[in-house]
Every structure is written in structure tokens, then in C-alpha cells.
Design a protein around this ligand. Structure first.
Ligand code: C2E
Ligand code: MG
Ligand code: MG
Ligand code: MG
Length: 280
């Protein structure tokens, strides 16, 4: 096309595309070796009950420290790992590491993000079971976070797998609720034990009347379906106050705690004195 249209901006655009494609290809190859090179580690972010500030659990968030490029965001590398299939092995590493760390804590839930690619594998429920047995973590302490986009590929299989996982005693949260293909049908059809409201709604709580109306509606929905709602991305005290006034169940965000490396008993003890509590 650059030859037919001799426009420098087109050439520039194609060159950029080339570079982006090359970069993806090299990250794709590097992802395959990242586990054995020990380039992955987990950060944990605290989740609390809104009314008391009590810790309800931690979300495990994957971090990649590339030997040459340094830290690369999961927003960048997870899609590449999904595309190439390496997310299956990486996700298994995440699950095993998170469960084994959490097993050494004195209590609390561990939430682990699961890709649609993992969920689509016929043996996923067995994998989860095997990792629980191997790490000794009680199933009641594990929660898997799944986005709606992860469910659209093969709904029948996804439903079957999620039911088996629930039968193990493991909880399932719908992640980033409201951000993507949200449909009430998804909430009705799948056995969710928590709704994680996307942080775009939390962000709008103070100024945007529509965002607040949506938060209120989702909280009402959660209440009538008897599914607790967690608000993601809480960054200010006034957001947390509004969430408390609207009877939101749980909260997570930079205000309450940034994702951090520690994990383990010491971390849990520190976090039991939450940075922010609206209890009194
Ligand atoms: P997510 O599961 O919705 O995780 C929440 C993201 O929001 C995290 O970004 C977290 O650091 C960030 N966050 C937390 N509190 C705040 C806040 O108050 N304000 C703002 N602006 N951001 C906040 P992170 O760690 O970069 O992860 C991004 C996404 O990558 C995750 O979104 C999840 O979809 C995916 N991801 C991370 N780890 C894994 C993993 O182990 N497996 C899979 N499949 N996906 C993962
Ligand atoms: Mg998540
Ligand atoms: Mg989320
Ligand atoms: Mg997200």
C-alpha cells in the first residue's frame, strides 16, 4: 500500500506496525522461558469489608521482570500469552504459587485471575483440584476471578467447568463487571459468588451521576441475587464513604492497599490493621 500511495505518514505507520509485530513476536518467545528463568513473581493486593475495614482476602497479580526490558505490565503480556497459549502454563504457575503462599498464611481468601484460555481446557477443574491437594490450601480459601469475555467462547463448557469448581468448594468472582459484554444473562447462568464492579464506575462515583446510578443498580442486583459486590479501584476516602452509604460489601484499591510483594503471615498481620477503616 505504501507504494501505491506515496504518503510518508502511511510508510511511517507501516514501519510502526512492523516494529509492534516484531516486539510481540519477541515477547511471545520470551514468555515461554520466563518461568524457568524465574522472571515471574506475584504481588498481592488486599480486599476489605467496607463497613469494618476487616481484611477479607488478597488478589494475586502477576508481575514479569524481563531480564532486558525490566517490568512489563500484565495488560501488555497477558494478551500475548493468551494468543500463543503459554497462558495455560503461566496460569498454572500463578495458581500453584498463590495457593502455596496462601497456605502458609494464617487465614484469609486468595483471589486468582483466570484466563478464558485456561477455562476452555477440558482438564481445568482437575488442575485446580490437584493444586489444592498439592499445596494443602483449603478450597474455601480460594476464589477464581473470571471476566465476562472469558466466558463467551464456549459457554456450555465454561458453565460445566465452573460448576465443577464450585463443587470443590472454590468461590468464583466475575471480574471487571460492567466494563465489557455485561449481560444479566451471564449473572443468571453462571454460579458466581462475588461481583467485582469495574473500577471505571468507582472512578466516577464522586462527580458522575450516571456512574453512581449504575453502582447503585449493581448493588441492588447483587442484593437481590444474594451475591456480594466488591468495588475495584477505590482511590479516595470519599469514594469509600459513598460505597459505605450505598451498602457496598467489599472494596479494593490503592487507598486501601497497593499491590505488594510480601504475602505470608507477616503481611496478613500488618493488613489486619487496615490503613483505612470507616468502622468508627
Ligand atoms: P484485574 O484483575 O482487574 O486487576 C486489577 C488491576 O487494577 C491491577 O492491575 C491492579 O494493580 C490495578 N489496581 C488496583 N487498585 C487500583 C486503583 O485503586 N487504581 C487503579 N488505577 N488501578 C488499580 P495489574 O496488576 O496491572 O493487572 C492488570 C490486569 O491484568 C488484571 O486486571 C488482570 O485482568 C490481568 N492479570 C493480572 N495478573 C494476572 C494473572 O495472574 N492471570 C491472568 N489471566 N490475568 C492477570
Ligand atoms: Mg482480577
Ligand atoms: Mg478487575
Ligand atoms: Mg482488569
Amino acid at each position: 500500500r505504501a507504494k501505491i500511495v506515496p504518503d510518508s505518514s502511511v510508510c511511517f505507520y507501516e514501519k510502526e506496525m512492523d516494529e509492534a509485530a516484531r516486539e510481540r513476536k519477541s515477547l511471545r518467545a520470551d514468555l515461554l522461558r520466563a518461568i524457568e528463568l524465574g522472571e515471574f513473581h506475584l504481588h498481592y493486593q488486599v480486599q476489605t469489608l467496607v463497613t469494618t475495614g476487616e481484611v477479607s482476602g488478597y488478589e494475586a497479580l502477576l508481575r514479569w521482570n524481563h531480564r532486558e526490558r525490566g517490568a512489563i505490565s500484565p495488560e501488555e503480556f497477558i494478551p500475548i500469552a493468551e494468543e500463543s497459549g503459554s497462558i495455560v502454563e503461566i496460569g498454572e504457575w500463578v495458581l500453584r504459587t498463590a495457593c502455596s503462599n496462601a497456605a502458609s498464611w494464617s487465614g484469609g481468601k486468595i483471589a486468582v485471575n483466570v484466563s478464558g484460555v485456561q477455562l476452555a481446557r477440558a482438564d481445568f477443574a482437575e488442575k485446580v483440584h490437584a493444586i489444592l491437594v498439592e499445596t494443602g490450601l483449603s478450597p474455601s480459601r480460594l476464589e477464581l476471578e473470571i471476566t465476562e469475555t472469558a466466558l463467551i467462547a464456549d459457554k456450555v463448557r465454561a458453565l460445566h467447568t465452573l460448576r465443577r469448581i464450585r463443587n470443590l468448594g472454590v468461590a468464583i468472582a466475575i471480574d471487571d463487571f460492567g466494563a465489557g459484554y455485561s449481560s444479566l444473562e451471564t449473572l443468571r447462568a453462571f454460579p458466581f459468588s462475588k461481583i467485582k464492579l469495574d473500577r471505571s464506575f468507582t472512578r466516577g462515583l464522586e462527580r458522575d451521576a450516571q456512574a453512581k446510578a449504575i453502582v447503585r443498580a449493581v448493588l441492588a442486583l447483587g442484593k437481590s441475587l444474594d451475591i456480594p459486590v466488591l468495588a475495584e479501584g477505590v482511590e479516595t476516602v470519599s469514594q469509600l464513604e459513598i460505597l459505605r452509604d450505598e451498602s457496598c460489601d467489599e472494596a479494593q484499591g490503592y487507598l486501601i492497599g497497593r499491590p505488594g510483594p510480601s504475602g505470608g503471615a507477616a503481611n496478613l498481620n500488618v493488613a489486619l490493621e487496615p490503613a483505612v477503616s470507616l468502622a468508627s
